[in-house]
Design a protein around this ligand. Structure first.
Ligand SMILES: Cc1cc2nc3c(=O)[nH]c(=O)nc-3n(C[C@H](O)[C@H](O)[C@H](O)COP(=O)(O)OP(=O)(O)OC[C@H]3O[C@@H](n4cnc5c(N)ncnc54)[C@H](O)[C@@H]3O)c2cc1C
Length: 411
């Protein structure tokens, strides 16, 4: 963290001296400076979305401080399945399009930031005839948008991924452009790059208030206050609380839901694609770790409700964690027998940040100046494009059409 540099940047901007923060940016050297009056930004939340916004803003010379109440990537981004995809179930079409752009943006990002992505495609299949038909219809729909997705049979799936065993009667959706990443590693790499561009990352520090001022926003935290031109809300499940602090009347989020993520120790490659089916999903990252998730949520018992109160990220005891991991691996063994050799490294509980209608909430809410929202599920897939477009909207003062369906006002 380099708070002194951040504070120096703010004073320079506030004094409107010739020391424009754009000057030190390589981006500015390319002649791409901003045209809005935003020179300093506080990003609330150091998950993958906040990290991407901070990276894109600081790359363009904006003074950025990231304020994180725990550790970077300790919430949804560190406990995510992290499948990068644009799929048949992404409706409306604008949502599918946004995700497609983000996959392309990942290829661009990987040239500037060290993020090992495994581009192994995805295989998706279901047991019930109804679900299978849904997949077939959806694949036809996205093929009309040119998606590299096809329905294939089990023999072809076995050519693609010889270790995955699929019932010969199944039809499988194969999308060749999908990938998977290490979301915590990616978040840290983006933050590191943002710091290289001059950003400060402050943690642990909890934002407790947002105060409108004549010339911007005061972001109040339990460690330090920041007077900035704009605050970006990238607080994941904490977005509701920040919205309240900012005086927004409509809560953008619905209650978060938990998901178990089992991570194995690195092992020789046993699976190439992201596999997704009725009761399990798994993939193997480029570092050799296999990531597994389960479809079933927690049982609706009082005991489980009590355990899940307060949104824990871990199990109450190591024994319970091991028991759950064993169950998840046993389900996956039916499709990938080689997973029996895996050694469990960690078991996490992630909480999905879910906007009210499932679609991202991105942009300046019209009723409150100085605030920019970036709250979404599928934030691992969407982080690159959201960071890129948010920086454009914030620094260039434009409204990007691609984001028109995702504004706060629709809520
Ligand atoms: C089990 C599971 C599986 C998933 N699978 C996928 C998938 O396959 N593909 C995909 O694209 N997405 C997936 N997602 C969704 C994806 O992980 C999230 O959308 C994404 O991580 C959200 O990133 P974020 O940065 O917005 O939120 P987070 O990572 O939660 O970061 C928000 C940060 O804000 C901080 N914060 C909150 N309040 C405050 C405050 N008051 N002051 C300071 N800091 C604060 C938090 O501590 C947190 O670190 C999955 C999620 C889960 C839980």
């Amino acid at each position: 963290m380099d708070r002194r540099r951040f504070i120096r940047g703010i004073s320079a901007a506030a004094g409107l001296t010739a020391a424009s923060p754009y000057v030190r940016s390589a981006f500015a050297a390319e002649g791409v400076a901003g045209s809005s009056r935003v020179n300093s930004v506080a990003v609330i939340g150091a998950g993958i979305v906040g990290a991407s916004v901070a990276y894109n803003l600081s790359k363009r010379g904006c003074d950025v401080v990231v304020i994180e109440k725990n550790e970077p990537a300790s919430q949804a981004s560190g406990n995510s399945f992290a499948w990068l995809n644009a799929s048949y179930y992404d409706t409306p079409k604008s949502y599918y399009t946004l995700r497609t752009h983000s996959l392309n943006e990942y290829h661009r990002l990987a040239k500037d930031v060290d993020i090992p992505i495994h581009w192994g495609g995805s295989l998706e299949w279901y047991e019930s005839a109804e679900q299978q038909q849904e997949v077939i219809d959806g694949v036809h729909r996205i093929q009309s948008s040119g998606a590299p997705t096809w329905m294939i049979d089990a023999a072809k799936a076995s050519d693609i991924d010889p270790n995955i065993h699929i019932d010969p009667d199944r039809r499988i959706a194969w999308c060749s452009r999908d990938g998977a990443i290490d979301p915590a590693g990616t978040t840290r790499a983006l933050l590191q790059r943002a710091e290289n561009y001059g950003a400060a990352v402050l943690h642990p520090a909890t934002v407790t208030g947002i105060v409108q001022q004549r010339n911007g926003i005061r972001v109040v935290s339990n460690v330090e206050n920041f007077d900035v031109d704009l605050a970006v809300v990238a607080a994941g499940v904490g977005a509701s609380e920040i919205a309240r602090m900012a005086g927004l009347e409509i809560d953008p989020m619905r209650p978060a839901t938990p998901g178990i993520i089992v991570t194995t120790k690195p092992m020789p490659r046993i699976v190439n694609a992201v596999a997704y089916t009725s009761d399990t999903h798994f993939h193997q990252r480029s570092d050799g770790r296999v990531i597994l998730g389960e479809k079933a949520g927690p049982p609706a018992t009082d005991e489980h409700r009590a355990l899940l109160n307060g949104r824990p990220n871990s199990y109450p005891s190591p024994d319970l964690a091991t028991e759950h991991a064993t169950r998840v691996i046993n389900v996956a063994r039916r499709y990938i027998p080689k997973i029996a050799d895996a050694k469990v490294e960690s078991v996490g509980v992630g909480w999905r940040p879910l906007p009210r209608d499932g679609l991202p909430v991105i942009g300046h809410p019209m009723s409150v100046p100085g605030i920019y929202f970036a709250a979404m599920h599928s934030g691992v897939t969407l982080a690159p494009i959201v960071g890129h477009l948010a920086a454009m909207e914030i620094l260039d003062g434009v409204r990007v059409d691609l984001l028109a369906d995702f504004r706060y006002e629709r809520l």
